[in-house]
Ligand binder design. Structure first.
Ligand SMILES: Cc1cc2nc3c(=O)[nH]c(=O)nc-3n(C[C@H](O)[C@H](O)[C@H](O)COP(=O)(O)O)c2cc1C
Length: 458
């Protein structure tokens, strides 16, 4: 594969994301997440490093599975406190030209009419640099705060997500014709009403007559990300996602995941080669091997194992405080994140993990591989995943903020540029929109074989 690779920064508008305890590292600036300047600086650095997007994770609810209460999660900042991610996007867009923004939203706890409006607005404001990471949410504690007696079961969550996207597709793709807005000062006619259509959606979960309240934005539908790993989650990804997060720590697991989702995408009438697969990586880089290894050791010293267990208990919907740390992890089908479970069972059938080993491994970036070494060594591994395994892009996970990002940009990106894997700082960004950067110049809108693509021509 000679194609360039795609880079996202994987972060969260929170004091801690996926490296519990690392906010205690000397000089770490995670606590500045509440400041606009923190995020504008992140945006500038990511753009300088040729990143395609900043990818914001987001959760609803508190991690209160561990020990049956929320004390550890609150005390140790396990993805709480966290601010809303999409509200920082306009500030970041203001200081950048090409950088995209992928924002996680839950189909379980919002309404499609509302979400469609918010993303049309963001797509307008960023000139087509927006992606939506579609999740169904997994924490029981979210439900009660958002008007439900209990968390919906996973099947119902995905049913709702299917219908949710159908409503959004109709609003984004079908409701307003491209030439609906005429802005004729002479006649005082802003919009041609015959080109604005109701969507008349009546379903099990939603009733939305439409029309959409926003005029078409540069991409219409935002770029769609998804990270489902259960059977139903893979099906949902295959039907809808343009970019898929393959969250497996091993090559075999990633290969199996990509092949499976591609074959399901073909069953949905899509070109399987049009899907873009991303893996997470946790780079720990130093000018020499010794510096990188010393950094890795000191990062590990700052991992908070109890906080990691609290995070994983939420991911798995299983109270890990109740298990003997030396007990072997056994596979279960979970109502929460199946991929986290599979990472330590299905994707590594030859290896047995204890609870303690899982917690230690996950302390730096959860289930993604940690790449420790010189810029050349880290670039070698990335190049291998890209060229040999066929992964299109990488979600760079942070340990220390902002050092994880700035080390990558200052040390690894020059090496990747040297190898022609990341575009040069002064090179053409391959189109104006995020979708073009992902799929190719000219592809501003959904591909014709995407199920959400509007068929209306008037
Ligand atoms: C790498 C990765 C990142 C995820 N990020 C989020 C997130 O930010 N917010 C969230 O609510 N769910 C997140 N999820 C959860 C999933 O998108 C999905 O809703 C969940 O995994 C349950 O479905 P599944 O068992 O089919 O994977 C993530 C999952 C993975 C594997």
């Amino acid at each position: 594969m000679s194609d360039h690779l795609r880079l996202n920064l994987f972060t969260m508008n929170a004091a801690e994301h996926v490296s519990p305890g690392s906010w205690t590292y000397p000089g770490d600036r995670s606590a500045d997440y509440t400041d606009r300047e923190y995020w504008t600086e992140v945006a500038r650095t990511a753009e300088r490093g040729g990143f395609d997007a900043v990818f914001f994770a987001d959760v609803r609810g508190i991690y209160d599975v561990y020990g049956g209460d929320r004390d550890v999660a609150i005390e140790k900042a396990v993805q709480t406190p966290a601010n809303d991610p999409q509200l920082v996007v306009p500030a970041m867009a203001e200081v950048t030209d090409d950088l995209g923004f992928a924002v996680t939203r839950s189909t379980t706890y919002t309404h499609p009419y509302q979400l469609a409006r918010e993303f049309s607005t963001l797509d307008h404001l960023t000139d087509g640099r927006i992606a939506l990471n579609v999740v169904t949410s997994y924490l029981e504690s979210a439900a009660a705060n958002l008007g439900l007696d209990e968390r919906m079961d996973k099947g119902t969550r995905y049913d709702r997500a299917d219908e949710f996207l159908d409503v959004c597709y109709a609003l984004w793709e079908e409701s307003w014709a491209d030439d609906a807005v005429v802005r004729d000062r002479e006649t005082g006619r802003y919009t041609d009403p015959s080109k604005v259509h109701a969507i008349d959606h009546e379903g099990e979960h939603f009733s939305v007559p439409g029309p959409h309240g926003c005029e078409p934005s540069p991409q219409r539908t935002p770029v769609l990300y998804q990270a489902g790993s259960s059977d139903r989650g893979r099906e949902f990804a295959a039907a809808n996602a343009e970019a898929v997060f393959a969250s497996q720590p091993t090559e075999a697991g990633v290969r199996e995941y990509m092949a499976d989702v591609r074959s399901r995408a073909a069953d949905h009438g899509r070109d399987p080669e049009s899907l873009r697969f991303f893996i997470g990586v946790v780079p720990v880089v130093g000018e020499t091997e010794a510096i990188a290894e010393a950094k890795h050791e000191s990062y590990k010293d700052h991992v908070d194992v109890e906080a990691t267990l609290a995070l994983l208990s939420g991911f798995l919907d299983m109270d890990l405080s109740a298990l003997d740390p030396d007990r072997k992890v056994e596979h279960i089908e979970t109502e929460a994140i199946q991929g986290t479970m599979n990472a330590f069972t299905r994707s590594q059938p030859d290896r047995e993990w204890t609870v303690r080993e899982v917690a230690e491994f996950c302390g730096l970036g959860t289930t993604s591989p940690t790449l420790v070494g010189t810029p050349e060594q880290v670039a070698d591994e990335i190049q291998y995943w890209h060229e040999e395994v066929g992964v299109h892009g990488f979600n760079v996970k942070e340990v220390v903020r902002p050092d994880s990002l700035s080390d990558f940009v200052d040390l690894v990106v020059p090496e990747l540029r040297e190898r022609g894997l990341v575009r040069a700082a002064d090179a053409d960004p391959r189109g104006d929109t995020l979708r073009e950067r992902l799929l190719g110049e000219g592809q501003r809108r959904l591909r014709d074989d995407h199920p959400g693509k509007g068929k209306r021509t008037d």
